[in-house]
Design a binder for this molecule. Structure first.
Ligand code: CA
Length: 224
């Protein structure tokens, strides 16, 4: 099994390398985000151990770049931060698992073994509506080939509409599926988020995609 380690702290990289080699893995190490992307595209690794805090592109950006390039090598993210938001960001970027530093080497091994057993994850195909392309696995969106950065909630909203293109999706359905069904915050939250989506997905492209059906809901329509 070949593993790529992307870690800029030499001591840490060396320790992981030695540990994995002792277990019989073939290991290569890189120390920057750009090198990680380059080698992960160039070579066929069975898994990638990816530090978040890398010089240049950080680990999340590396992961996103790989998933956008349709490279599905399992990725284990190493993060010094254990905050929920950081973990979510890693998983949203297309990582398969994460480990918070400092960790026990035994845990790294166990998680790596689990990833290798699973192999490259089966990814849901892209959803294409007109010139809007949504990649549910990589959580990425492009319109006319241009990347559109959405918050996780905006992404869920767009994905939900895109799964039923050309169909009126009721506000109450959106609320149930994109928010919790017992959501009891702002009653116009759906409209507010449709507004956010429009600002990012329509305005820069001078072309609408979301049509409001008064009193009912919204339709995502294919447009070029
Ligand atoms: Ca680092």
């Amino acid at each position: 099994m070949r593993v790529l380690i992307a870690e800029d702290e030499m001591k840490m990289a060396r320790a992981i390398r030695r540990g994995l080699e002792a277990e019989g893995y073939a290991v290569e190490t890189v120390a920057t985000g750009d090198d990680a992307v380059f080698w992960a595209k160039e070579q066929d690794y069975d898994a990638i151990v990816l530090d978040v805090g890398l010089p240049g592109r950080d680990g999340y950006a590396v992961c996103r770049a790989l998933r956008e390039a349709q490279i599905w090598t399992p990725v284990l993210i190493l993060t010094a931060r254990g905050a929920v938001e950081d973990r979510i960001e890693g998983l949203d970027a297309g990582a398969d698992d994460y480990l918070v530093k400092p960790f026990a080497f035994g845990e790294l091994l166990a998680r790596l073994r689990a990833l290798l057993r699973r192999g490259p994850a089966e990814r849901a195909p892209e959803i294409v509506v007109g010139n809007v392309r949504i990649d549910p696995a990589a959580h990425s969106v492009t319109r006319a080939g241009v990347r559109v950065d959405l918050s996780p909630r905006e992404f869920s909203l767009l994905e939900y509409l895109a799964r039923r293109p050309g169909e009126v999706v009721r506000r109450s359905e959106i609320l149930d599926h994109v928010w919790d069904y017992d959501y009891d915050g702002m009653s116009n939250i759906v409209d507010v988020y449709v507004g956010y989506l429009r600002r990012k997905l329509e305005k820069p492209f001078h072309s609408p995609v979301i049509r409001a059906v008064r009193g009912v809901g919204y339709i995502l329509e294919p447009h070029e």
